[in-house]
Write a protein that binds this ligand. Sequence first.
Ligand code: NDP
Ligand code: MG
Length: 388
Amino acid sequence: MQGKKVVILGSTGSIGTQTLDVIRKNQDIDVLGLTAHSNIDLLESQIKEFFPEIVCVVEEDKAIELNNRLRGIGSRTQVVSGEKGLEIVASLDQAELVVTAVVGMIGLLPTLAALRKGKHIALANKETLVTAGTIVMDLAKTNNLSIIPVDSEHSAIFQCLQGNNHDDVSKLILTASGGPFREYSKEQLKHVTLEQALKHPNWVMGHKITIDSATLMNKGLEVIEARHLFDIEHRQIEVIVHKESIIHSMVEYVDGSTIAQLGCPDMRHPIAYALYYPDRKESSYIKKLDLTHIRTLSFEAPRKDLFPCLQLAYDALIAGGTMPAVLNAANEVVVEGFLKKQVSFIEIPKIIHKVMNDHICINRPTLSDILECDRWAREYSRKKVLKC
Ligand code: NDP
Ligand code: MG
């Protein structure tokens, strides 16, 4: 029996490797394409295990090096490079489903390329929808394609929506772990270190999303992602802090019923759901929930005063047009600055706020408007980072 034919953009990252683990466990999916930015050692071992037809390494030098290695061992896997290479892999003829697990808005153009070529998307790369949600969702709708969420909160909501009417939804409730600084005071936040920020209490993830989780920007980006995925107004999206990360999100209906999706925090669950949707796959390798062991689930309101990134994301969503793309671009640059120890933790929202304030928002933007504003925001944010 031939399996579903899948391409994974960002196969060497946290989501990418966990996607390959699900595929490894089940042995019924064909991997046709993989991509990395520069980690060719890991990509090479993935090629030896999954035999893709084509891979992309964005960094040209690394692509050449990998190509030489593959020719040396008689591999038939083709190697392409650069950002265009991502689009080539994303639009591969036989692929049915593209898992978008690259980090950052670099995922946008390959996702659009995949949709134009009729591929369904398993979407982890939330920055794509934050930046150009309307364009991406419209294209999927026009081409009758599914965008199946991989982000755990959105997978939870997607599951809670099954079998119900969209018009009966009154509210989406996104849960947030609150990150490592959930209980910190304003004074303590001034002194947090990169090392502390990189220690997420419940999830092991890539560096960028880990920092976004600590600032609550991740939840803000998820609010925007939810607005587009589920075609719902911002005022119908609520965030609550649930430090145990057991309830992955909830949907409240007009009759007062709230449906939640629960599970142990393991990204392989929403990944498998997206890979096999609409079926559910038996997964003995994922720990099952034991509520008698967990005993207590707690909930509290997010501290928006101490973590302004969440409100900034709501502000960007309400402003609409190019503002979410600018919020995202500024955040990517400032987080990179924080990872390089160029800016402090509390400067992150300040710079993003300044960049948003100085942006002249374009309503109903085209793709080129969005790309241009993204470029402007990156350049402007870099200058702000360098002044710190
Ligand atoms: P990682 O940093 O672990 O992995 C990123 C992947 O993208 C790697 O394959 C990396 O290649 C590649 N990459 C990095 N920069 C570029 C670039 N400029 N061009 C092309 N490829 C690039 O990220 P995560 O797996 O944590 O996150 C991926 C996406 O999924 C993000 O959008 C994140 O928000 C989302 N997500 C992640 C979750 C998680 O649990 N990790 C949960 C929910 C959503 P290389 O290894 O060569 O650097
Ligand atoms: Mg999430």
